[in-house]
Design a protein around this ligand. Structure first.
Ligand SMILES: [Zn+2]
Length: 241
């Protein structure tokens, strides 16, 4: 299913229909603009407003197989109800800035043979775990400097779909192999190109990104941790917050 947040990452509101409600508070919708916690990025929040004007707060959004579960703060929504979804846009915009930054950092580290093993983007901070045999803070500082240069130069983030077979033939598209969604025949590809035409990153990705690199602002390296056995952790924040 290609959800509305994949088709249009800048969509702030959407009218749709309640498909199912589990245990009173887990709501399934015909379509959604709410991104579920996945791919190392935190979920959206916002509200679901029914036709009679009742507002339900979306406190958590999760994937359940091919479905998306919206946890609301109270019971009342019923299958078949027409509803309007409204995103907490400030939160989403921050998460998109964080997410695009994670792609840039991974791209800056890639030539050094660094393998990303996990990451988590929240509104407060971005955390990236990766494999690097020797502890090299300088290399990480250089990578962040590189990322800020790319942002200064500006560039575009675009998406397109590709048949799975085609994507699997292109090694650079499965850079983060663990992120490849199973049982999906068409892949959504996210591509980052600098304003001078240089391709920075291109990979299968179901998440939301800012349209332009300038939208990110500035990346600040907060912390570098040595977790032992080649495992490193990098923590960053963004300015403006
Ligand atoms: Zn991503």
């Amino acid at each position: 299913m290609e959800w509305a947040y994949m088709r249009d990452m800048l969509l702030k509101e959407l009218e749709t229909i309640v498909k199912d409600v589990r245990d009173g508070k887990h709501v399934l919708l015909e379509d959604t603009i709410f991104y579920p916690v996945s791919g190392g990025v935190d979920h959206d929040t916002g509200s679901i407003i029914s036709e009679d004007g009742e507002s339900y707060q979306v406190v958590r959004v999760m994937k359940d197989a091919d479905q998306i579960l919206h946890d609301v703060d109270r019971e009342g929504l019923q299958p078949g109800m027409r509803v309007k979804l409204v995103l907490d846009w400030e939160r989403r915009w921050k998460l998109m800035r964080m997410h695009t930054t994670a792609h840039l950092i991974a791209a800056a580290l890639y030539p050094h043979g660094v393998k990303i093993t996990g990451n988590m983007m929240t509104v407060e901070k971005g955390r990236m775990d990766f494999n690097l045999p020797s502890f090299d803070r300088q290399m990480l500082e250089d990578a962040i400097r590189q990322v800020n240069e790319w942002i200064q130069q500006d560039g575009e983030v675009t998406t397109y779909t590709l048949p799975r077979e085609e994507a699997l033939k292109q090694e650079h598209l499965v850079k983060l192999a663990s992120r490849l969604p199973p049982s999906i025949d068409k892949l959504r590809i996210v591509r980052i190109i600098l304003s001078d035409g240089t391709l920075i990153d291109e990979q299968a990705d179901g998440g939301c990104h800012v349209p332009r690199l300038k939208d990110i602002g500035r990346v600040i390296l907060k912390k570098v941790e040595n977790k032992g056995k080649g495992n490193r952790r990098l923590v960053f924040t963004l300015e403006p917050e």
